[in-house]
Design a protein around this ligand. Sequence first.
Ligand code: HEM
Length: 396
Amino acid sequence: MKIDFQAPEFIANPYPVYAQLREQSPVYLLEPKVWLVTRYHDAEYLLKSPLLDKDIPSAFNQRYGRNMNDEPVYRMHNDFWASMNSPSRRKLVVKALNAGKMSDLRVLAQESAKQLVDKWITRKQADLMQVFACPFPVQVICNLLNIELEQSLDFLAEIKLIARSGEPKLLDATELETSNAAALRLDSFFRKICRERRKQPGDDLISQLLTAEEDGECLSEDEIISNLIILFMAGYGTTANALCNILRLLFLYPDQRELLLAKPELLTCAVEEGLRFSTSAPITFFVAVESFELQGVQIASGDTIYLALDSANHDPEIFVEPDRFWIDRPPTVKKLLSFGQGSHYCLGAKLGVLMLEVALETLFRRLPNLTIDNVEQLTWEPTWVFKSLESLPARW
Ligand code: HEM
């Protein structure tokens, strides 16, 4: 079976192809030594098993054919993975992230949403991706860190430059130079703030990371800085795109939007169903640490395994009528896989859901006449690794 994963038809609607793959070729050879796993049970099994590892630094080195630790942007990735791959160091980041109360976070997110909507509500039309979905999570994370959004850097622009380094397409020399420059600017910005917070700690996430300690272990300054930058990277695009994807679904299926407006208590279910149906991070990848067999296919140690989380989320073995967007769908025994599972489960899952809830609640309350232009013809960014609309033109 030959599949063009870059084809616009696949990017817009991958589910018929995924159904065929789950049926006929559940462990599919993407290219030599690179596999795609599409069934829920297989993806869940692998996410929880020690057969796979997230050795991203080696994967970068292998893909570029040289040691990428010499490049500032990849050194930052490596420092981040040093803490994510060590259970005790990862625990320190989790501890710092969970130090604030969720109720406080909700108030903080509501305040951020209000400030943003106030800026453009009188305009009556805009691209919701630009004016709201992208800046909203950045503003919430800035609040969490207690840093001013417009302090001295355009965070969104800098993070977008850095995010390119995590995409499957290799960076050319100019792109690498641009990403490195952004990494260095953010590095010196956060290094200065870390020094200030060491002298004068507060109850923000940076101060929590600086003081987090367990069994005599704490995070190095390089690790803290890379974690702060990657938290932005991992948290802003995923949340912004998830918000646009959910809004698109709610306008594509007006009966579901009306149901939500009539029963606001379904908000959490609507967010969950949106994340199941059209998640913003549809693929994750790992490296096999030993050889093993899956569905009759022999996988060698060192092979790369892509897990199609959105295919798993549409697996009829788990979800009744999986291709139906259904905000009050009957509960399933198994969880959606949009945040992964196991030792690398998304660190910001709770925060992401909270931001999506606050964003939807704010938009529907403040813009009661909200409509999306040509909702059936919206176009997708040309990548299957992120599920991302190009824009979300709206009026109210
Ligand atoms: C709706 C929004 C979000 C979605 C759909 C999402 C999805 C994911 C997925 C699929 C993974 C990979 C899991 C794996 O490979 O096993 C992940 C990891 C991660 N996410 Fe999220 N995420 C979201 C929001 C956030 C937010 C808001 C933050 C932080 C502020 C965040 C921080 C992280 C981090 C640090 C990791 C790496 C964890 C590790 O490898 O140990 N995410 N996320």
